[in-house]
Design a protein around this ligand. Structure first.
Ligand SMILES: *[C@@H]1O[C@H](CO)[C@@H](O)[C@H](O)[C@H]1NC(C)=O
Ligand SMILES: *[C@@H]1O[C@H](CO)[C@@H](O)[C@H](O)[C@H]1NC(C)=O
Ligand SMILES: *[C@@H]1O[C@H](CO)[C@@H](O)[C@H](O)[C@H]1NC(C)=O
Ligand SMILES: *[C@@H]1O[C@H](CO)[C@@H](O)[C@H](O)[C@H]1NC(C)=O
Ligand SMILES: *[C@@H]1O[C@H](CO)[C@@H](O)[C@H](O)[C@H]1NC(C)=O
Length: 345
């Protein structure tokens, strides 16, 4: 049996496999949904307070199991875990019993959009899950709502900690007061660069940049479980997942330095020790290394292994950037079958 032993390969194999996403292209909206096209026309109508109040209203309505009081636009687009549904039929309003306030809240007062993430309870309080979502608002009405509930590691392909999420995200919500904030244009360029095939935007990574996937500071112990126990830092490698149709700058929060980007990432889920890891197809070295490990383990025949299986990562990636450096990278993925596309394209 032979496993990849270079430390860079170990990093690519796991967290970073899912980790290193990035972009190109322009946002696209459904041509049949007029509200989406009008989004940019609405200015000066949303403040941090009004968007915070609206997100609170959404979370409260989930706990009350009553979506019908929400200010939904007469024509809205909404998805939960990548598929479309009327809010009245969504799982979130059926199962969530505790939610809020958000641990992370990014607000774009120019475009009237917001992104929130938090740990929630469903059913009882025994186990927490991760809820995250994006909204767009026009004339105080919700025109777009994109929700995800990740309930365990298999939903996205490796890292998960609803328990660590509040502490990790709290640090991001209180950046140093003496920071230098980036311009809106800089955040847009960063978002653009994320899934780009090539980009001239140079990204400097802060030494203490926080890297998480679904709330967890990613530790990659290797497929044999005997590797590193140190959380991985952020990385901005030239070899990363690309998506020409990535949705750029879904939320730009100039005050806290957040920018939200979405990419669709084809890949495979591999047995990785007795868990599994999602590895994007663009990361061919990491996939090949994992295949070598998998084949050797299968030949040994000593443990049950997930067969390498095609999958697609629907990704909402949060970056935080100030002082001219990347300060945080959150790779938030929800997996579906192979060859999947997105409702939002
Ligand atoms: C939102 O913000 C971006 C970046 O500032 C801008 O290019 C875009 O026109 C705005 N409007 C929409 C509808 O995205
Ligand atoms: C902000 O203040 C801290 C001390 O509180 C200092 O170490 C740091 O260098 C300052 N950063 C900037 C960008 O001025
Ligand atoms: C496999 O699962 C067992 C518990 O079922 C755990 O103790 C062990 O550490 C796991 N091994 C690896 C390599 O993750
Ligand atoms: C981890 O375990 C594997 C399989 O037992 C072994 O081949 C490898 O050398 C070990 N790696 C480390 C860093 O100890
Ligand atoms: C569809 O998914 C399968 C399984 O992952 C893959 O082999 C195939 O190349 C994909 N086809 C396209 C057109 O992407």
């Amino acid at each position: 049996m032979h496993i990849p032993s270079s430390s860079s390969m170990m990093r690519l194999s796991l967290g970073l496999a899912v980790a290193v996403f990035a972009m190109g292209g322009t946002s696209r909206y459904l041509p049949t949904a007029p509200a989406l096209v009008e989004r940019g026309a609405s200015t000066g109508e949303c403040t941090r307070d009004s968007m915070t109040a609206l997100v609170t209203e959404i979370l409260d309505s989930m706990v009350a199991h009553n979506p019908y009081t929400l200010p939904m636009a007469t024509s809205y687009v909404a998805t939960e875990n990548s598929h479309a549904a009327a809010v009245g039929m969504m799982t979130s309003w059926r199962t969530i019993t505790k939610a809020g306030p958000p641990s992370l809240l990014a607000i774009d007062t120019t475009n009237c959009t917001a992104y929130f993430a938090l740990d929630i309870s469903e059913g009882n309080d025994a186990v927490q899950n991760v809820l995250r979502g994006r909204i767009a608002v026009v004339d105080q009405m919700i025109t777009e709502m994109e929700l995800f509930i990740n309930r365990n590691r298999g939903d996205h392909g490796f890292s998960f900690s609803a328990e660590e999420l509040p502490t990790n995200y709290a640090a991001l919500m209180s950046p140093p007061a003496n920071r230098t904030n980036p311009s809106r244009e800089t955040l847009w360029e960063l978002s653009q660069a994320l899934f780009a095939v090539s980009s001239s935007f140079e990204v400097d990574v802060a030494d203490d940049c926080q890297f998480t996937e679904l709330g967890w500071r990613v530790i990659d112990p290797g497929p044999d479980g005997n590797g590193s126990t140190t959380p991985l830092g952020c990385n901005w490698p030239s070899s990363h997942p690309t998506d020409e149709n990535a949705r750029v700058a879904l939320v730009i929060d100039e005050e806290l330095g957040f920018v939200l980007t979405s990419g669709i990432v084809p890949g495979k889920v591999y047995g990785y020790g007795n868990v599994s890891a999602f590895i994007p197809n663009t990361m061919t070295d990491a996939q090949e290394a994992q295949q070598v490990w998998w084949t050797a383990k299968e030949a040994e025949g000593t443990m049950p292994l997930l067969y390498p299986t095609g999958s697609t990562g629907d990704t909402l990636e949060v970056l935080q950037y100030y002082n001219g450096e990347l300060q945080a990278m959150q790779i938030n993925v929800y997996l579906s079958g192979p060859n999947m596309t997105s409702v939002w394209l």
